[in-house]
Design a protein around this ligand. Structure first.
Ligand SMILES: *Cc1c(COP(=O)(O)O)cnc(C)c1O
Length: 390
């Protein structure tokens, strides 16, 4: 089956095309580190790449892994995908392969990404530049200065700020740079950056792709040519996904589309209820007509997503009390699962920043970030209302 012949749901279920000898409708867990060959000639055919085949699990040459990768590539409309043991492992392999001449990160990003870019990659002599969305005018000069990889999240954590994928891709390509989008927040159901001109998509599959808060994994999608050199880095960094996790992730992908569409609808309902609430001063959600990124979201997304942030009237302590009173929204720093989660950025994801830096980034202390799960939207709204009432 060619990857983009069918719609998203069909691709998520039939995308791997892998059939084992017994006709199993989905790839079994090949819980093995190595694979035996009938002869040295057969072994060399696989080692030298003349024939596809299973060889050694850390290389990704294991059917549980390569069948998962076929499904993952189809979901982003990519030629190829590599799976990893975490989202950070995927980002690290991407940066070490394609970011060595310099990386520009636009806007807010995941805490681990910012730490890697700001403090760790520079130790290896890699130049990294972190600019805010409002400082986008600096991009051309940084690219002229030699940076060859532009990286960003859209929508970004926790402000849901959007970046125009088409516009940034055009500017980067004009200067010979590549563009990588962290598509974790949107998921391929809501946004497919490669179709908009990006060169790479990275995912923390720990979030929506896994979708049940029970696995840690990552992925990179893109053209075969650009993904090929990443393969060796993954192999020798040893950041391979385990066969059991690959199988669990492949199972989760079969329900990705229905989960995400339900989460989109519930997040819209929660956002609208919060926008009307007298104790809420601001709602950050791309699906609200008043949100600054709404027009761009309509142009580049297929759905507005399951993530939103709210700003409670009052200070950070008031927001903390609201978070502590929620019963259905669990207080936990992740997202994308079946259960709804809440985090207060100033006490968790952005705790390490100074108050001035949080203000500069537009992250008020009274902000709560919500990951809307698969519970009834009415129950979630009632939970927020009781927490805001007291
Ligand atoms: C969680 C997350 C990551 C890191 O993923 P892990 O699987 O925890 O390594 C990267 N980017 C975004 C947007 C995330 O939410």
């Amino acid at each position: 089956m060619k990857n983009n012949e069918h719609g998203m749901s069909t691709r998520s279920i039939h995308g791997s095309g892998f059939k084992d000898a017994h006709g199993c409708p989905h790839t079994p867990i090949y819980n093995t580190t190595t694979f035996a060959f009938p002869s040295t000639a057969d072994l060399l055919d696989v080692v030298d790449g003349r024939k596809p085949g299973a060889l050694y699990t850390r290389y990704g040459l294991n059917p549980s892994i390569f069948s998962l990768e076929q499904t993952l590539s189809g979901l982003e409309g990519a030629e190829a995908a590599w799976a990893f043991c975490s989202g950070m492992a995927a980002e690290t392999a991407l940066f070490l392969t394609h970011g060595r001449e310099g990386i520009v990160c636009i806007g807010d990003a995941y805490g681990g990404t910012l730490e890697l870019l700001a403090t760790q990659l520079p130790l290896l002599g890699i130049k990294t530049h972190l600019i805010l969305g409002s400082e986008i005018d600096r991009l051309d000069a940084l690219l002229a200065g030699g940076a060859k990889l532009v990286f960003f999240e859209t929508p970004a954590n926790p402000t849901l700020e959007l970046v125009d994928i088409r516009a940034i891709a055009a500017r980067a390509h004009a200067r010979g740079a590549r563009v990588a989008v962290d598509n974790t927040f949107a998921s391929p159901v809501n946004q497919r950056p490669l179709e908009l001109g990006a060169d790479f998509v990275v995912h923390s599959a720990t979030k929506y792709l896994g979708g049940h808060s029970d696995l840690t994994a990552g992925a990179i999608m893109g053209s075969s040519e650009l993904l090929l050199p990443i393969w060796n880095w993954r192999k020798n960094l040893g950041s391979m996904i385990a066969p059991e996790t690959a199988s669990l992730l492949a199972r989760s992908l079969r329900t990705l589309v229905v989960r995400v569409r339900q989460q989109n609808a519930s997040a819209q309902a929660v956002a609208e209820a919060m926008a009307r609430h007298p104790r809420i001063s601001r709602v950050f959600y791309p699906g609200l007509p008043g949100f600054p990124g709404h027009a761009l979201a309509k142009a580049q997304m297929h759905g507005f997503g399951g993530m939103l942030s709210i700003e409670v009237k009052g200070d950070g302590a008031v927001a903390t009390r609201v978070a502590d009173r929620l019963r259905l929204f669990a207080l936990a720093p992740s997202l994308g699962g079946a259960e709804s989660l809440v985090t207060q950025p100033c006490t968790t994801t952005h705790h390490g920043l100074t108050p001035e830096e949080r203000t500069r980034r537009g992250i008020p202390d009274a902000m709560l970030r919500l990951s809307v799960g698969l519970e009834e939207a009415a129950d979630l709204i009632a939970d927020l209302e009781q927490a805001l009432r007291s």
